[in-house]
Design a protein around this ligand. Structure first.
Ligand code: SF4
Length: 404
């Protein structure tokens, strides 16, 4: 439990009008000042000789680690979480997606090439395989191949890595974790395909024990290894659950591009900081070498909206412009309701981008969701004709076709 300054103050002499009130021994002018500093962790609790044991206990509890963070190499970090739910604050480190690679596999070389060369981009973010999970002992030539993964910043985690504590259930893990005094630990649970729900229960228990109870033996990142299933949809369902709750590392039994792109998309959504929406630069974007007569579209700098619209504009058989206005990464309706997309702001952006000298077109196509702003935008930008466009980005090609 973390206390606010006021809550801390209630434990101090000034609140109780007791001996020592505002005695300044802590270096602060008053007990209240000390309480406020303590809440911000700017002063040591021991500076005050009058702090009761009860408050010391609360502080010692609060200073315990919730979940340790482990660096697997090349900046791939797992763990370090502090909340149960993303909307409470934010999740810190993405679930690392690992691919299992067995040294006895006759396709070892082919698989490692695929892993090495895999990269996708979504909403401006690039994804690659986070970790290779190696089983068996590599030959010299395999070792060379593994070395090449360094160029792609992909760490290799070995199944016999002594950090990994493998347990069939929670009791196992707890015992194993207590027995070892290793500096770093990774708790590995065995996943049984037959029961996603029991796996979920165990993972939720583990995360609660770490985050809420700060139960030391279970405050380590958790890895779940999936076994091979002929039905990739089952693997996808299981891995999706595990990303949501609460695996820190998922080991996939094989390389499958469709599965990977699905999981990376889901993971991106879960791990985007809700307080920092993904956004793109506010400016005029050009698609397919537009000329002075190309159509001009307008939207906000919310990354998802931008990429949805940009994808459609790229697919048009002619050039176009997209004016992206600054709106703190909010979608058009959210921006409008938060006063981040007012007619004055839009007019100012269009003026700052010097659009009038870039194009001869005198029409700006606004998102259909903002049709109610047409009149006021028209008033704010009398030199432009404001045209109401589509509600969905995917309707743009049809919309343009019908205007020709
Ligand atoms: Fe208050 Fe303790 Fe600071 Fe004295 S030392 S002023 S009692 S907080």
């Amino acid at each position: 439990m973390e206390l606010t300054g006021l809550q801390i103050f209630k434990y101090l002499p000034a609140a109780k009008k007791a001996e020592g009130t505002n005695c300044k021994k802590c270096g602060c002018p008053t007990c209240m000042a000390f309480a406020l500093k303590l809440a911000k962790k700017q002063v040591d609790i021991e500076k005050c000789p009058n702090v009761p044991d009860e408050l010391k206990e609360i502080f010692s509890e609060a200073s315990k680690v919730q979940q340790h963070e482990i660096n697997l190499g090349f900046g791939v970090k797992v763990g370090g979480e502090t909340v149960m739910f993303r909307h409470d604050k934010t999740f810190v480190n993405k679930t690392a997606i690992a691919i299992e690679l067995d040294c006895s596999d006759k396709d070892f070389d082919k698989k490692i090439e695929k892993i090495k060369n895999y990269e996708i981009e979504r909403i401006g973010e690039k994804f690659k395989i986070d970790v290779v999970y190696l089983t068996g002992v590599p030959s010299d030539s395999q070792q060379k191949k593994l070395e090449e993964l360094k160029d792609k910043l992909i760490p290799v985690l070995k199944s016999d890595d002594e950090r990994i504590l493998l347990g069939k259930d929670l009791e196992d893990l707890e015992k194993l974790s207590l027995k070892t005094d290793l500096k770093e630990k990774i708790l590995e649970l065995e996943y049984k395909n037959s029961s996603i729900s029991s796996m979920m229960e165990q993972l939720t228990y583990l995360r609660r024990a770490a985050i809420l109870k700060r139960h030391e033996p279970l405050t380590w990142p958790v890895m779940v290894k999936l076994s091979k299933d002929s039905d990739v949809f089952k693997t996808c369902a299981a891995a999706s659950f595990l990303i949501c709750r609460y695996a820190n590392i998922i080991v996939l039994p094989e390389f499958n591009e469709a599965l990977l792109s699905t999981l990376f998309t889901l993971r991106q959504n879960i791990y985007t900081n809700p307080q920092k929406p993904l956004q793109v630069e506010a400016k005029v974007y050009e698609f397919n070498e537009p000329d002075k007569n190309s159509p001009v579209f307008l939207t906000t700098n919310f990354a998802l909206t931008y990429f949805a619209v940009a994808g459609e504009l790229e697919s048009l058989p002619f050039g176009s412009y997209l004016v992206v206005t600054p709106a703190d990464g909010m979608s058009v309706l959210t921006a409008w309701s938060a006063d981040k997309f007012t007619s004055d702001m839009v007019a100012k952006s269009v003026k700052n981008f010097d659009l009038i000298n870039k194009v001869d077109t005198r029409e700006i196509i606004i998102p259909g969701l903002l049709s109610h702003m047409q009149e006021e935008l028209q008033e704010a930008m009398p030199e432009w004709k404001i045209v109401v466009g589509t509600i969905e980005a995917c309707q743009i090609p049809e919309f343009i076709k019908n205007r020709d």
